[in-house]
Design a protein around this ligand. Structure first.
Ligand code: FE2
Length: 124
């Protein structure tokens, strides 16, 4: 029996079927590499080249943060629920950090599972 963490896909996936899906399913992250402590900045998460129909679409996007030096990670940051055809498959969250770490974008396609991507953010 697989652990839930083994069910998460990312760009580095080794499964042949999933490799064919990685370009259109790995969530892309648009966020600064460096920010000032306590300063609000946008994190845009989007999916490119993927269908957006009732039969096949991304249904939600979540953002988590791995904070350096914290005993338990990650921290849940935000979630966007998407309605097929009406909502574009993207979300922008306004975020404020006090410590450096890694942001994780997680998105769910109803046919191809949960996909993850990450980006390091330095807080100065
Ligand atoms: Fe899909």
């Amino acid at each position: 029996m697989k652990k839930f963490s083994e069910l998460l896909y990312s760009y580095e996936v080794e499964d042949k079927l999933a490799i064919s899906k990685r370009e259109t399913h790995t969530p892309k992250i648009e966020a600064p590499k460096e920010v000032k402590a306590g300063e609000v900045f946008p994190v845009r998460i989007y999916i490119e080249g993927h269908p957006n129909t009732v039969q096949h679409s991304f249904r939600w996007i979540e953002l988590y943060f791995y904070e350096e030096g914290r005993d338990f990670n990650p921290i849940f940051v935000a979630r966007a629920e998407l309605t097929p055809e009406i909502s574009e498959q993207e979300a922008t969250f306004k975020v404020k950090l006090n410590k450096s770490g890694v942001i994780y974008a997680v998105a769910y396609c109803n046919l191809h599972g949960v996909w993850e991507n990450r980006q390091e953010i330095k807080v100065g």
